[in-house]
Design a protein around this ligand. Sequence first.
Ligand SMILES: [Cu+2]
Length: 301
Amino acid sequence: MILAFVLVVLVVGSVIFHLLSPWWWTPIASNWDYIDHTITITFWITGVVFVAIGLFMAYCVFRFRHQEGTRAAYEPENKRLEWWLTVVTTLGVAGMLTPGLFVWNQFITVPKEADVIEVMAQQWQFSFRLPGKDGVLGTSDTGNVSSENPFGLNPNDPNGQDDVLIEAQDLHLPLNRPVKVLLRSVDTLHNFYVPQFRAKMDMVPGMVTYFWFTPTRTGTFESICAELCGTGHYTMRAVVVVDEDSAYQTWLQEQSTFKQALAKNRNSTGSKLSLALSKRQTGSADSVYGVIPPKRNSLRN
Ligand SMILES: [Cu+2]
């Protein structure tokens, strides 16, 4: 009797908690409201099943409780019931998977007019690359990665010379322009995720993964690494700022190209990124905590 009551309280409490929970989605800032719809459909299907099974268990516990003089009947096979459960389960699973297939198809079908950017991950920071005036990203190879060339770009590729390298870790994007995000990693598995964009994907060493989205409102959003990637994983964050076009152009003018960065690094003024990388390669304890603050770098050098 008490157990049946507890089961009912669990079911009703879970539903109320779900409806009143403060931990809900951040307000969306991209075109991917389809992804929210698929999650809502999944919540509905699993919610209805959860309530039905929870209440059915409570009913059974109450209805078939121990009573003097009655004995349980053993009934291992019931074809009708099994058919019925198989059909309902199949419909439920199909209902959850089908919308996802349509959304996934859209998620990886990039519109032709999309701008291309690249996000590069390493323990434990994100860096960004834009294709520059020619609109084409230069080729890259992890074998080229060095303190002078932290992105590992091919120095002989003319397409790469004007690539814009963003080492300050804040990426700006223009409002309402679709963007294809190429993802790569130089060391281990990472995942680029901005919750407001409803888009994320693993970054896998040795391959380039991608997704696309259109930012639909201006603002400053935090990107996090959503793949446990080592002791500094929790520090692996960056900022994505969605700008009106004029503010975006102003920001873009202030960024330096691969050619400029290479010259600057050769003059050994050093960049935050290259220093962090070179210290990591030489095994400095500081690098365990990711990016070394620039002030400390200047004190050391
Ligand atoms: Cu990571």
